[in-house]
Design a protein around this ligand. Structure first.
Ligand code: CP
Length: 319
């Protein structure tokens, strides 16, 4: 692995290596968090990582920032809205100027699908995709998979139902790639206008009504409607969406015992997910956020200094 551009590129062995590394980091991170300390796993001491964000973010950018600091590295944070992009500088000029300052990896989020691939061909350091348009969000998919395994033991043979704006969701795409590679059965549910054409080509089952899928689910993942990626709203109204496709308390009552509920955030409460369900006992949304730091630590350490990570895992990886 030189870069992390797409979940589609990862082999089951690479996925397992990243998840195992994250799992072995968990006790140390929890211990240091409770003690109020940071830089708990100094695997990347002296390195610098750039967070290059051309699109807004709360969880992903801050999670990478925390992961970088926990590994003992320095973070350079870039937000397009306060940069010289506003004066007309291009993506490639921006990246090449930042690369000239000597970072050891670039984390990039951009509204254009394929931007991280383009960057990876033009810079010499590892590039990590933090979300590119509606294409992929591989670290989100990895943290979702980590969270499912943490709660269920394995995803092999489990039924995962992804509900919401599948057509415009990079999170859905990354999850589908990872879950299928690890042996889960995946179904998607949305109104026809929010499903991609021929959803079966993704290797998933699909239904237009949640009631057809919820009773068999081991995991339900709700997604928000990505209005920023639609030329015009493709449903009559948000309240109609909520009435027919939202995960309300009434629909959540159809779930079997032990079924967990995920959401990558940001949650639009009362639209795709009711507050009582988002904050209820099945919800693992905040576990996803904590696990995101672990998974991103594993990804950064693997790409920037894998020999040092492997040495750390050999000597510290037993908790
Ligand atoms: N899940 C996710 O990508 O959230 P942000 O857009 O806040 O980073």
């Amino acid at each position: 692995m030189k870069h992390l551009l797409a979940a589609a590129d990862l082999s089951p062995e690479e996925i397992r290596f990243l998840l195992n590394a994250a799992k072995k980091m968990a006790p140390a991170l929890k211990r240091e968090k409770e003690a109020g300390r940071s830089a708990s796993l100094p695997i990347l001491t002296g390195k610098t990582i750039v967070n290059l964000f051309f699109e807004n973010s709360t969880r992903t950018r801050m999670s990478f920032d925390v992961a970088i600091r926990q590994l003992g590295a320095g973070a350079m944070n870039f937000a397009a809205s306060t940069s010289s992009v506003t004066k007309g500088e291009t993506l490639i000029d921006t990246a090449k100027n930042i690369e000239a300052m000597g970072p050891h990896a670039i984390v990039v989020r951009h509204s254009s699908a394929g931007s991280p691939h383009f960057l990876s061909k033009n810079v010499s350091v590892p590039v990590i995709n933090a979300g590119d348009g509606f294409h992929e969000h591989p670290t989100q998919g990895l943290l979702d998979l980590y969270t499912m395994e943490e709660k269920l033991g394995t995803v092999a043979g489990k039924r995962v139902v992804i509900m919401g704006d599948i057509a415009h969701s990079r999170v859905a795409r990354s999850n589908i790639h990872l879950l299928r590679k690890m042996g889960a059965s995946v179904a998607v549910c949305a109104p026809p206008t929010l499903l991609p054409p021929s959803p079966e080509t993704l290797g998933v089952d699909y239904a237009y009504r949640p009631e057809e899928l919820l009773g068999d689910a081991d995991v339900v993942m709700c997604l928000r409607i990505q209005l920023e990626r639609q030329n015009r709203m493709q449903i009559p109204s948000l309240s109609e969406y909520s009435a027919f496709w939202g995960l309300s308390l009434e629909r959540a009552a159809l779930l079997k015992p032990g079924c967990i509920i995920l959401h990558p955030g940001p949650v639009n409460r009362g639209v795709e997910l009711d507050t009582e369900v988002a904050d209820g006992p099945r919800s693992v949304i905040l576990d996803q956020v904590f696990n995101g730091v672990l998974v991103r630590m594993a990804v950064l350490a693997t790409l920037v200094d894998r020999p040092k990570l492997e040495k750390w895992l050999a000597t510290n990886g037993n908790g």
